[in-house]
Ligand binder design. Structure first.
Ligand code: ADP
Length: 199
């Protein structure tokens, strides 16, 4: 496993990148809607209704084509722990993966559900031939999940997924987190370092 830290001259303020089982895991501090990747993950609600936070930002900037497709294709929404794909409208991506994370206060099996949310997106990425996926910090806004616990679950799930597909011929090359505060960035940075030490 290799790791490096660097500044980027683009509008991404800070970056951190590690290699885990030949896949790249990256952190950037910034808005997920400006990311140029194959799939942008949206922290959606089970009704796929659109809301505030990252979901609001994606629908505002991506435009109505995204909601049009989710309403047509998924009239009963999406289960917690799962994810469904749509077009990415005006965003510079091929897909939006609408992923429904658990609510910290109401779901006792939240650790498994959060892990399942990340895994569902990673599986979708492979099914849809994506080489790059960017995640927000799922469930840590209005769904109230503490950043420390969530970052450890997110990073461990992704690291273990990379291990599970190690040596396989998959399209996936890198997974990125686009984090919205320095505090979130630090939490994910610490979770990665912990994963690397334990691995
Ligand atoms: P959830 O309902 O899953 O908690 P939220 O959208 O409320 O989803 O928050 C998830 C995380 O996304 C929070 O850490 C929030 O700060 C962050 N966030 C909000 N807007 C953006 C954005 N434009 N880009 C990246 N992250 C964002």
């Amino acid at each position: 496993m290799k790791k490096d830290m660097f500044n980027d001259s683009s509008n991404l303020l800070v970056n951190y990148r590690v290699e885990i089982y030949s896949y790249q895991l990256e952190l950037v501090l910034g808005d997920i809607t400006i990311q140029e990747v194959d799939a942008i993950v949206n922290a959606a609600n089970p009704y796929l209704e659109g809301g505030g936070g990252v979901d609001g930002a994606i629908h505002r900037k991506g435009g109505p084509a995204i909601m049009k497709e989710t309403r047509e294709k998924y009239p009963s929404g999406c289960k917690t722990g799962a994810a469904v794909p749509s077009n990415a409208g005006n965003l510079k991506a091929k897909y939006i993966f609408h992923a429904v994370g658990p609510c910290w206060y109401v779901q006792p099996d939240r650790f498994d559900l959060l892990s399942s949310t990340y895994n569902s997106c990673l599986k979708l990425a492979i099914e849809l031939n994506c080489k790059s996926v960017v995640f927000p910090s799922i469930s840590t806004g209005s769904y109230g999940y503490p950043i420390k616990e969530s970052s450890v679950t997110a990073v461990n799930t992704i690291g273990d997924f990379f291990r599970s597909i190690q040596g396989q011929n998959t399209p996936l090359e890198f997974v990125r987190f686009s984090l919205f505060s320095e505090q979130d960035f630090t939490a994910y940075h610490n979770a990665i370092d912990k994963y690397l030490i334990s691995g």
